[in-house]
Design a protein around this ligand. Structure first.
Ligand code: URA
Ligand code: SF4
Length: 309
């Protein structure tokens, strides 16, 4: 077993880099398409507490973090540590107390000459993993405390070459016991929503921000989402979906690094990550089960996604 790297500042930064914290910050920017912003009919807006026009929301989206580096395998070798955007209020995890990396990840580090001593060596092994290694790494992951209470990790399911990728929040009880995302009640609604635009579960790829269930279905903590994000980034990079559908507040706010309410994030396109993948936000099916009157809006979101594909 490889020892943990000492936590002097350089190595801590290198380790954060390796976990994808600074290398692969998703960028939110305003509509990628030339289409005008969708303006809600007054009657729909009146039924909610949303503003009628969506344009003012633009100011709440954090400034784009521009990554001019070419998208190549070398992308992961960062010439400098790029600070997260100010809007990203996530506290950094306490690596000494909490991080306990998967044996598969530590093996990768060792093969690369772990621990890194120069910036050039601070390559994120997760960014280069194939599906098998990535899956094994997640199964053995102890990078946040959720490993202690999970039954199974929930990696993701579906077509690894899908055009459409769905990103939810975190496993619930049913997902935790089966090891598959979106199989509980909310998941069954998601499956029907996808069917309504002509997709089976097998034709899309479904994953979550977190791979392990937060106990009692509490909201994921920011440090948990941060610890887990390199896995999701790698999944997105391997799949290269044409469109991402982010379902629910936690997913949308994490992916777009914003605290804007989900009702204001839906209704327009964002682009996500270095590949600038078109991303659309919609309500979480668990919310739709409680608030079925919002299904019409979710339907609008889904038809926009379908149109884009
Ligand atoms: N809710 C989610 O966000 N993801 C799941 O996998 C299940 C429920
Ligand atoms: Fe690892 Fe993610 Fe599970 Fe935390 S939630 S233990 S980071 S796989």
């Amino acid at each position: 077993m490889v020892e943990r790297p000492p936590l002097d500042e350089d190595r801590r930064l290198a380790y954060l880099e390796a976990m994808g914290v600074s290398v692969w910050e998703p960028r939110a920017s305003l509509p990628v398409s030339a289409e005008p912003l969708v303006v809600e009919p007054a009657s729909v807006a009146a039924a909610t507490d949303m503003p009628t026009a969506t344009a003012p929301v633009a100011r709440e989206v954090p400034p784009a973090v521009v990554d001019e580096r070419p998208v190549t395998a070398e992308r992961s070798v960062s010439p400098e540590i790029v600070s997260p955007p100010e809007s990203m209020s996530f506290p950094l995890p306490d690596w000494e107390e909490e991080a306990d990396y998967s044996p598969a990840l530590l093996d990768e580090w060792e093969a690369m000459g772990h621990p890194p001593t120069t910036e050039a060596e601070a390559v994120n092994p997760i960014e280069r993993m194939d599906w098998n290694t990535l899956g094994a790494t997640v199964r053995g992951c102890r990078a946040c405390r959720l490993w202690e209470t999970r039954t199974k990790t929930v990696f993701g399911t579906g077509d690894r070459r899908a055009d459409l990728m769905i990103i939810g929040e975190a496993p619930g009880a049913e997902e935790d016991s089966q090891g598959e995302p979106f199989v509980g009640r909310a998941g069954q609604l998601l499956t029907r929503m996808l069917a309504a635009i002509g997709f089976s579960r097998e034709q899309v790829y479904i994953a979550n921000v977190l791979k392990c269930r937060p106990p009692g279905n509490r909201d994921p903590k920011p440090d948990e989402a941060l610890a887990c994000q390199a896995y999701l980034h790698r999944q997105v990079a391997l799949i290269e979906p044409r469109v991402i559908l982010s379902v629910g507040r936690i997913s949308a706010q994490h992916l777009l690094k914003t605290e804007t309410p989900v009702g204001q994030l839906r209704g327009r396109w964002f682009d996500y990550g270095p590949a600038r993948i078109p991303l659309r936000v919609t309500y979480h099916p668990a919310y739709l089960l409680r608030s079925p009157e919002q299904k019409a809006k979710a339907w609008e979101d889904l038809t926009e996604v379908k149109r884009r594909l």
